[in-house]
Design a protein around this ligand. Structure first.
Ligand SMILES: [Zn+2]
Length: 253
């Protein structure tokens, strides 16, 4: 029983512990090329949150990891079978209820640990931050915490070498042999400004990739996954420790 994982701990422990920071991991349930499980983003969120929380807890950070929300914004994948979409307005309702509870119970800090590119919590946090001025609300995307070029040969952003390596390390029994995987070839937008990062339009997923992957997974390995997992959890753990220990009325230097 890990005392920093809410789903595992109990009222006997919870009632006597003061928590400074709640962590809300948020995933998605969606196709990941042919070879990775639909729960890939949830598995990553669960495991990175737990491993980072263990490091932070052992450094004295009073944190509690809430259960991972398994559904994300998948509006661009409506025609991909059993990709489960929830709308940003649904995320707003879920977040609002959780923040109301934390605020009432005097747990004044929240970090959303996001595991899915279609989720975007910034605008939701802006709105809820105004409604709950005593709360410190924050979000991070673990997959952007490190430069992937330091760990992987082929870049991508969905079921790519990074995600495949992570799953080969974390849950190899759920990964099909690499011969089954597609190459994750992405079609780029014909309007080049949309490929430059400053103009944005939602990608219609089934039109940009045949196998649902973006990024070639073929050079993935469990060894690469382990190295990346250790580095990313250490970095995420530092953020947990910093937020748990900070004075939310004195944040700027
Ligand atoms: Zn993913």
């Amino acid at each position: 029983m890990r005392p920093y994982i809410l789903a595992e701990t109990n009222w006997k422990n919870i009632q006597k512990t003061t928590f400074d920071l709640a962590i809300l991991p948020w995933g998605a349930t969606e196709a990941h090329n042919y070879h990775l499980p639909y729960g890939t983003d949830v598995i990553e969120a669960d495991r990175i949150a737990a491993a980072a929380a263990e490091i932070a807890w052992n450094k004295g950070a009073k944190i509690i990891v809430l259960p991972t929300i398994p559904f994300g914004v998948n509006t661009g994948q409506a025609d991909i079978k059993l990709d489960v979409n929830i709308y940003p307005s649904t995320q707003m309702a879920i977040l609002s209820d959780i923040i109301e509870m934390l605020n009432r119970q005097n747990i004044k800090k929240l970090l959303i640990l996001n595991s899915h590119g279609g989720n975007d919590f910034k605008t939701l946090i802006r709105e809820l931050g105004l409604k709950y001025p005593q709360m410190f609300l924050s979000t991070c995307n673990w997959y952007q915490a490190l430069d992937k070029k330091d760990f992987f040969d082929e870049m991508g952003d969905h079921a790519d070498e990074m995600e495949t390596s992570l799953l080969l390390y974390l849950a190899p029994e759920l990964v099909l042999p690499m011969a089954e995987a597609g190459i994750g070839k992405e079609k780029k937008h014909k309007i080049k400004e949309f490929n430059e990062g400053w103009a944005w339009s939602e990608r219609k997923w089934s039109q940009i990739t045949a196998d649902t992957g973006v990024g070639n997974p073929k050079l993935a390995s469990a060894e690469k996954g382990e190295k990346y997992f250790i580095a990313v959890t250490e970095k995420v753990a530092r953020l947990f420790v910093e937020i748990a220990g900070c004075d939310i009325n004195d944040l700027y230097a």
